[in-house]
Design a protein around this ligand. Structure first.
Ligand code: SF4
Length: 235
């Protein structure tokens, strides 16, 4: 464990040097706004969410106002973030539960947050770490999951198991910053399809697990028999 802890420490230092001011890129002024913006950020860029939230928060400034929203109007406001029907449903469900269970205030506890409709552990960690300043875990989004594997920090694919590995490797006071920095590095350098290893500041200490491996060929590329078998399996 000492070896991997030293490795994690070296990565944390290099990430801190590369992204000293890394922070959440969603615009917000309150825990309510960050929670709503994070729900909208699923499968969507933060820049797009930031274009939509000013109108959303002007119309629905708090959880009580959002809880009383007309679903069709809400869908229209969030439409450009994609999956707008399901996101509008999550926003409404979240707001109603916040009003009913917490008097309209966003709770600052992991269990209370993850009990809200549309709120998983990743979203709860974003809100707790960034809006409340509480280090309850590490945000594991698609970038953090990918980088955790490539950097040799976790062998798991499941976000909760990755998070447990990261929490064991980094001190609690760095969990929030490490999450922000890994997300930025994934966005800017270590992209899913084409990681820019040649210009990466972590290159000398990154084991590049899985990088450059070719994906297994599909059935057509493996020959007609494989294709036939696939068709049979689907029937
Ligand atoms: S060296 Fe390559 S794989 Fe490793 S973090 Fe940098 S870009 Fe990603």
């Amino acid at each position: 464990m000492t070896g991997i802890r030293d490795h994690a420490g070296a990565l944390a230092e290099a990430l801190a040097a590369a992204y000293p001011d890394a922070a959440c890129e969603l615009d917000f002024r309150s825990p309510y706004e960050l929670l709503a913006a994070t729900i909208l950020s699923a499968q969507c860029t933060d820049a797009r969410v930031n274009q939509v939230t000013p109108a959303l928060f002007a119309r629905f400034p708090d959880a009580a106002a959002l809880a009383a929203a007309d679903p069709a109007e809400l869908e229209e406001i969030v439409r450009s973030t994609g999956f707008f029907r399901s996101k509008a449903r999550s926003l409404l469900g979240m707001a109603r539960a916040v009003v009913e269970r917490h008097g309209g205030e966003i709770p600052a506890r992991m269990d209370d947050l993850t009990a809200l409709p549309g709120v998983g552990r990743k979203t709860a960690n974003v809100v707790l770490g960034t809006a409340f300043g509480l280090a309850t875990g590490v945000v594991v989004d698609t970038h953090v999951a990918r980088l955790s594997g490539r950097l040799g920090l976790s062998r798991h694919a499941d976000p909760e198991r990755i998070e447990r590995d990261l929490m064991a490797l980094f001190p609690a006071e760095s969990w929030v910053a490490v999450g922000h920095r890994l997300i930025l590095h994934g966005r800017r350098v270590c992209a899913a399809r084409a990681p820019a290893c040649g210009s990466c500041s972590l290159e000398s200490i990154c084991p590049k697990v899985g990088v450059g491996k070719k994906r297994a060929p599909g059935p057509a590329a493996r020959g007609p028999k494989a294709s036939r078998n696939k068709r049979k399996a689907k029937a």
